[in-house]
Design a protein around this ligand. Structure first.
Ligand code: AVI
Length: 330
């Protein structure tokens, strides 16, 4: 498979310096309202649990977005056109991109970016043989930070971003705006016109549907949430007792977001890397926000970031939306 390259940006960090994970966990546990960024869910077990979530009957986003992509593949392909390099932000299992690569006429390249490097590398390997004419370059890194990308492929007309799954919902509106601006810069660095971003966005809906999606009856979302503590124990020498914390997820209508927390069942002290953290009974660690948008609200945000919202597709129950955001020429 000589169409596949794995690119690991070298981290410039002295050995004695804590990892970003360690730094963020300590800062988050020291804060008045304890919180840890949701991006740390995705170690290899967390990534597997997330794939299980995507198959749950209550978790509608994955299958709904997939159907939207399939039902509208021809129209999407006609808008995007031939000879593009697809840049996927947070590629994870690299599943949905198959639908896009299958639909596009003559895709030139695929550049998936994901924080979980080993998981991504394993997920992408089968794509190299399935799409022998597509140059695949894997970038392991955090796309929420300024990340150096390899130069655009000479054979590609332009770069097209792909950000499915409503991962943008895990950012605050300010972070979402910053992501969109950053994505616009990365995609615009390509040569000719035609660049844009195909992005999946979960919609505001009946809170009962949302509640069920984040409190599944099989307990997979709870395991996904609690795995963060397991990861801290393993990687940061922590002593969290997983049985002493509960998964708690609820819809916060004022902010149009699901909040996920881990709630301490009783007063306790936890040690992470020799630092002690006290928890009162009922005190929580805020582990995730999942914002839901109205179509108009999302279009406004995209315009603010410099995109031109040019098309939107949704399902018959208006659960989920897929937007084509064109990038006007600089
Ligand atoms: C990845 N992200 C869009 C998921 C979501 O729905 O916010 C993560 C997730 N958290 C709990 N269930 C799924």
């Amino acid at each position: 498979m000589n169409n596949l390259a794995i690119l690991w940006p070298r981290e410039e960090r002295p050995l004695h310096h804590p990892t970003p994970f360690g730094r963020d966990v300590h800062a988050g546990l020291r804060a008045g309202a304890k919180a840890i960024p949701a991006k740390y869910f995705y170690d290899s077990h967390g990534s597997e649990l997330f794939e299980q979530i995507c198959r749950l009957p209550e978790y509608y986003p994955t299958r709904t977005e997939r159907k939207i992509l399939l039902d509208n593949a021809a129209e999407i392909a006609a808008i995007i056109g031939a000879d593009v390099e697809v840049v996927e932000f947070g590629a994870g299992a690299a599943e949905k991109v198959r639908l896009l690569l299958d639909a596009l006429p003559r895709p030139a390249g695929y550049l998936p970016i994901d924080i979980s490097g080993p998981h991504l590398t394993a997920a992408v390997a089968p794509l190299a043989s399935r799409y022998p004419d597509v140059t695949i370059r894997v970038v392991a890194g955090d796309f929420t930070q300024a990340l150096p990308l390899p130069a655009p492929l000479p054979q590609a007309r332009c770069r097209v971003g792909f950000f499915p799954g409503s991962t943008i919902g895990n950012f605050t509106p300010d972070e979402a705006l910053a992501f969109l601006r950053n994505a616009a810069t990365m995609l615009r660095s390509s040569t000719a016109s035609g660049a844009g971003l195909l992005i999946g966005v979960d919609l505001v809906k009946d809170p009962a549907v949302l509640h069920a999606a984040y409190n599944d009856s099989a307990g997979v979302t709870a395991a996904f949430n609690l795995n963060l503590l397991q990861r801290i124990n393993r990687e940061l020498n922590g002593d969290f007792d997983l049985g002493s914390f509960d998964h708690y997820a609820f819809y916060q209508p004022d902010q149009h977001r699901i909040e996920m927390h881990l709630v301490s069942r009783h007063a306790q002290v936890v040690t992470v890397c020799d630092q002690r953290y006290s928890f009162a009974a009922g005190e929580s660690i805020h582990t995730e926000n999942s914002y839901k948008y109205t179509p108009a609200g999302f279009r406004q945000l995209a315009e603010k970031a410099g995109f031109r919202p040019a098309a939107m597709w949704t399902d018959e129950d208006s659960l989920f939306s897929l937007h084509w955001l064109a990038l006007p020429d600089a």
